[in-house]
Design a protein around this ligand. Structure first.
Ligand code: O2Y
Ligand code: MN
Length: 605
């Protein structure tokens, strides 16, 4: 389809204006077909950006190596350009929207010279779902087009739903590397230097402008930019929730089903939990989503969740047959790998894949790499943020409801972090406000490796949304409290979990992974008011015998991870009061301050 053939006049005008500004050689409206995907991959192979992998061992898979300056989301270059700085809040970078648009327009001027502008109509969520939203991304990166094919629903069928005047979120993207006459990428990943990268969000006008990066969350604009930062603003205004949460389907031995969602900061094993293989006999756990959940009240007053994405953009290092068998099975075919190592057999390898490097490798920088296990200083072969982009429908554990346009009814929310001390294995909130309090104090203990803060400090990441909330976080807490005022008896129950408690010897007490199903079973039962519990000053905890112990966890261990550490909690309350809540100023809801006081009072009783 050509731009002229588009039915949506607003969309046509927007594309024409973008063309005038960015001067691409040609424009192509993406149709979302397999032919188009294959052609995008072929273009990147022909320009030396992609290496096709072994068609017998990894059919339909390719490997990309990005520029060393373009390997992750860049929070320092990510902006919420609301009209007033106060609306962006203390946790976001803010620039005046007019100033930012002026700066970025100059960068976009001529930025697509020598390249094709691809117009990608995409749906976040099953096409036509009343929870889904449509975006249109223009980009000059065939790598981005191919990734968007996997991560979202793209093409003509989206334009059909959009019609002649439907609402869409316009998303500009350019890698910021125009080509001269006859020039080609020639194997060099195109991007702009860090000081010219901008990942910008205009919440009032619901626009996204991204410039200078071709990688991940900076460039696949449906994901963090639309499905979280812009969606949080839409959700606030329209009365729903856009959250950084996995979605699980759990079936108990009686065949009863519940759906739960969970928010965890990075490096807490969220993807592994999303694809967990239970060790508890008779229980089944299936995946609905691994990263983002959009939840709206349904006609029966319950919250219904969809996974707005269609693929997984997962971290490769650490993924193996023990940590995440389902992810490993998902990425055996039709997968894009970025910044992992290449083997001589043209397969992929990364640190902690479960076996030693099979001979000589090419590392993520394109250099020869031979594993030297005696050299503790050896640089990794795969970048620590190397990724796979794989279709969710290929996951062996994908739930049959994962594309249900109505969504799935949610029974529980989980919040968690990496907390070696104080926080018990699982703790149910006494009330919705108590649960919002739990979400607001989520965080992980900083390890000795992080040099900018004292080891032992808790790096707070409220609701695991710190880099993803498109407005003032204090107002976001208020929005959560408001959601709790509707249909109170139908609200999901809220739980704080912690798989990372350590003993006096510094060893993890709980084995995690598939054994987390034992905790999920208690949570499942609590949603129906069942499960053995004890009411404590910090929340509702399982009795020590309520959760079936996995191998290697003694009765004493269980008692330890389910104990209430009164002094630890007093210190936690003091830390939240002194170092965390003041950041939100007078936008911190009074209810959360009151909750802090109430817990403290119970601890002192
Ligand atoms: O580094 C990136 O661009 C990707 S970040 C990411 C990718 C998938 C899921 N979650 C995240 C995240 O940062 O939360
Ligand atoms: Mn994420």
């Amino acid at each position: 389809m050509t731009v002229n053939e588009l039915k949506h006049t607003g969309l046509k005008k927007w594309i024409e204006e973008a063309c005038t500004l960015m001067s691409p050689d040609t424009v192509e409206v993406c149709n979302g077909t397999q032919e188009e995907y294959d052609r995008m991959i072929q273009i990147t192979v022909d320009t030396g950006l992609a290496t096709p992998l072994n068609p017998w061992l990894l059919p339909g898979c390719v490997l990309f190596r990005s520029d060393p300056s373009d390997v992750a989301r860049v929070e320092a270059r990510t902006y919420i350009a609301s009209q007033s700085q106060q609306d962006a809040g203390p946790t976001n970078n803010w620039v005046d929207p007019d100033t930012l648009k002026k700066t970025m327009s100059e960068l976009y001027r001529g930025s697509m010279k020598g390249r094709t502008m691809y117009v990608i109509p995409f749906s976040m969520g099953p096409i036509g779902s009343n929870i889904a939203k449509i975006g249109v991304q223009i980009t000059d990166s065939p790598y981005v087009v191919a990734n968007m094919h996997i991560m979202a629903r793209v093409g003509t069928k989206v334009l059909d739903v959009l019609g002649a005047d439907g609402f869409y979120i316009p998303c500009f993207h350019s890698v910021g590397k125009p080509l001269g006459p006859g020039e080609q990428d020639n194997g060099k990943w195109p991007c702009a230097p860090i000081e010219k990268k901008y990942i910008s969000h205009f919440p009032e006008t619901r626009e996204i402008w991204s410039y200078g990066s071709g990688y991940g969350g900076n460039a696949l604009l449906g994901k963090k930019c639309l499905a979280l930062r812009i969606a949080t603003v839409l959700a606030r205004d329209e009365g729903w929730l856009a959250e950084h949460m996995l979605i699980l389907k759990i079936t108990n031995p009686k065949g009863e089903v519940k759906y739960i969602t969970g928010a965890f900061p990075s490096a807490c094993g969220k993807t592994n939990l999303a694809m967990l293989v239970p060790t508890l006999s008779g229980w089944k756990v299936e995946t609905v989503g691994d990263d983002i959940a959009w939840m709206k009240p349904g006609p029966d007053g319950r919250l219904y969740a969809i996974n707005p994405e269609a693929g997984f953009f997962g971290v490769a290092p650490g993924t193996n047959m023990d940590s995440n068998r389902n992810a490993m099975e998902t990425i055996r075919r039709n997968t894009i790998f970025t910044n992992v190592a290449l083997t001589e057999e043209k397969t992929v390898w990364w640190e902690m894949i479960g076996y030693d490097a099979p001979g000589k490798l090419i590392d993520w920088t394109g250099k020869e790499w031979i594993q030297d296990k005696n050299n503790k200083e050896q640089k990794p072969a795969a970048h620590p943020n190397s990724r796979f982009t794989g279709p969710a429908k290929q996951c062996p554990a994908i739930a049959k409801e994962w594309e249900d346009p109505a969504g799935v009814p949610i029974s529980a929310f989980l919040f968690g972090g990496r907390r070696p001390k104080t926080i018990p294995l699982v703790n149910q909130a006494k009330s919705w406000i108590h649960g919002v309090f739990m979400g607001s104090i989520v965080g992980s203990e900083v390890t000795a490796a992080a040099l900018d803060v004292k080891a032992g400090t808790i790096r707070r990441d409220p609701f695991a949304m710190l880099p993803f909330c498109g407005y003032h976080m204090g107002d976001y807490f208020k929005h959560w409290l408001n959601i709790g005022k509707q249909n109170t008896e139908k609200l999901p129950k809220i739980f704080f979990v912690n798989w990372f408690r350590k003993n006096a010897a510094g060893k993890f007490i709980w084995p995690g992974y598939g054994d987390n199903s034992r905790v999920l079973a208690w949570i499942f039962d609590r949603c129906d008011g069942n499960g053995k519990f004890v009411d404590t000053p910090i929340g509702i905890l399982p009795t020590p015998d309520a959760i079936e112990r996995p191998a290697g966890v003694s009765e004493t261990d269980m008692a330890e991870i389910l104990s209430v550490d009164i002094e630890g909690w007093k210190a936690e309350i003091a830390d939240v009061r002194k170092n965390h809540y003041p950041k939100f100023g007078d936008k911190l809801p009074q209810e959360l301050d009151d909750e802090l006081d109430a817990i403290e009072k119970r601890l002192n009783a």
